[in-house]
Each structure stands twice: as C-alpha cells, then as structure tokens.
Design a binder for this molecule. Structure first.
Ligand code: GLN
Length: 305
C-alpha cells in the first residue's frame, strides 16, 4: 500500500474544509488555535511511520486522555468499575447533565466527561496525591517518550471555566458515586485534559490497542487481550459521544476524539492512526479529522468491516 501517496491525496481533499469547523471556544486557551492546522500520522507494528502536515505541532489531547485513564483503571479493578460507570453509548453531548440525574449519577460510559471523571476518582482512591504523576507516567510509557507533559495555560483555563464539569462531579458526589474531594478529582481531570502531544506521539501511544493490549515495538503489555477487546469496543460505540454512530458508519474503525481536534483510531493487527485538525463539528469532534479518516478507510479498504 502506498501510504505516502494516500496521505497526500487525503490532505488535498480535506483542505477546502478547513474553514467549515469551529475551534473549541469554551476556554480562551483553545479558542486561539489556528483552525487551518492539519496533521495525520500512521504508526505500523514494525516501527514504520507515515506522516503528513503539522505532525510536530503539539495540541491539547483533551478527551483522548480518557482511553489512557480507562486503561489504567480497568487494569486495577475491572469488575468493581462497572458499579460506577456503564458501557453503553450515551446518545447525549459529552458534557450533558440531564441523563446523569435520571440515571442516579452512574454515567453511561467512561468516554463522556462524567464517566471519565468517575475513572479519575477511582484512580485517585488508589494513587492519592500521586495520581496525576501516575497518569503522566503511564502516557510516557505508552508513548515511549519521557518528555510528554501538560500545558499549564490550558489547565488553568479548564479550571477557571470548567463550570459544567464541576456541576457533573458534584451531581455524582450527591449520588455517592465519587469517593474523593471534588476539588481534588477535578484538579487531576483538568490536568489530564491539558496534556499536549502531537500526532506522531499520540499514534504511537495507541499502538497497544491495535495489538491486543501489547505494544508490538517494546513488547510491553498494558491490557489483557479481553480488556483490549472491551476498550476497543467502547471506542467504536462511545468514542465520539452522540456522533459515535456516525463515526462508525463513515469510518468503520474504533476511535476516540477530543475537543482539541485530535482523533486516535486503530486498525486491529496493523496500525494506529492519529489525525488532528482543530475545527470541530456540532458534536465536538474534529470535522476535518473525521473526513480524513473516512477517506483513509475508503481509499485503503482498511476498516474493521
Ligand atoms: N476538557 C474537555 C471538557 O471537559 C474535554 C471534553 C472533550 O474533549 N470532549 O469539557
């Protein structure tokens, strides 16, 4: 497969769409990002990579961090987890409060904000004041890169304007689904959202998910085969909030998006992919990123279906 040629074609075909998306504007630190950025990286099992666009530019990984915190939590206490968070698509926006109220503070899945906050709380019960260091350390291990860090400006902005997230954690606390102090949990959650990475680093970080839980390059195991199956299934059904069905329909791969405009997707037993373009569609997923992945699976035939 001539991936270099395919990436070039994709870039040309998505360029007219750059102005169509809307950069996340819920915090000033993201509102400033130039919507014309585009980057796409493919990471194969033998270490070969293919890159196009601004692949060295870091962006805010935001909700993509949820796949890494869920990996950590599922390895800690999987059965216990299901009492606190489900595994059904929510059919609602990522920061919705409504469903959480009538479902007694148990979020539908770990990839909407409420579910990810519960996962952070579970990690906080185990790792106490070392929790964020543990998360960062885990992401440094999956990316095999000790330099990964968070962006202080984004973190401050998340904390200053995180009213809905603070409402979510308080609502869950009222249903006794949060064990730790809400401020402590949110401090960690905002930091994990603020981790900065580029598409090369993120595609590398998701490679273990394409290989049944084991990084095929370093041979390190991060999940059991069954756990990797379950996490990938969650990405397919819940990775794009209330547009998860649309993403699966158009792209046909497990994927996870973030409001920073990044999307990670995996082709089982072959590669992991990261695409970044900050302009979002109305559901908070990268508009160009989704299109680029749709073009990728259409041109290569590499979807899971
Ligand atoms: N920081 C964002 C929030 O909490 C993360 C959501 C996302 O990336 N979809 O609202």
């Amino acid at each position: 497969m001539n991936y270099t040629k395919i990436l070039k074609e994709i870039k040309e075909e998505v360029e007219p769409l750059f102005k169509k998306g809307k950069v996340a504007d819920y915090i000033p630190a993201l509102k400033r990002v130039n919507p014309s950025h585009f980057a796409m990286s493919l990471q194969l099992f033998d270490g070969t990579t293919y890159d196009i666009g601004d692949t060295n530019t870091k962006f805010s990984i935001q909700s993509i961090s949820k796949i890494f915190t869920y990996t950590m939590a599922i390895s800690l206490k999987e059965k216990e987890l299901y009492k606190h968070v489900g595994h059904e698509p929510s059919g609602n926006p990522f920061n919705s409060l409504v469903q959480l109220e009538y479902e007694n503070g148990i979020p539908r899945n770990p990839f909407i904000n409420a579910g990810a906050i519960v996962i952070t709380d579970i990690l906080a019960s185990k790792y106490k004041d070392k929790t964020f260091d543990k998360i960062l350390d885990f992401i440094r291990r999956v990316s095999n890169n000790k330099k990964i860090d968070f962006d202080k400006e984004v973190d401050d902005s998340e904390a200053e304007f995180g009213f809905r997230n603070i409402a979510l954690v308080n609502m869950m606390k009222s249903f006794k689904n949060i064990a730790n102090k809400t401020d402590d949990v949110m401090d960690i959650y905002f930091k994990q959202c603020s981790i900065s990475m580029n598409t090369k680093e993120l595609s590398k970080s998701a490679l273990y998910l394409a290989n049944h839980g084991v990084d095929p390059i370093t041979k390190e195991r991060f999940l059991s085969e069954s756990q990797a199956k379950r996490l990938n299934s969650l990405m397919l059904t819940c990775g794009h909030y209330d547009a998860s069905g649309d993403f699966a329909y158009r792209v046909g791969l497990p994927g996870k998006s973030g409001v920073g405009g990044g999307i990670v997707a995996i082709v089982p037993e072959l590669m992991s992919i990261c695409v970044w373009s900050p302009g979002l569609n109305s559901k908070g997923n990268s508009l160009v990123g989704t299109k680029a992945l749709e073009l990728f699976t259409t041109k290569t035939g590499l979807s899971i279906f």
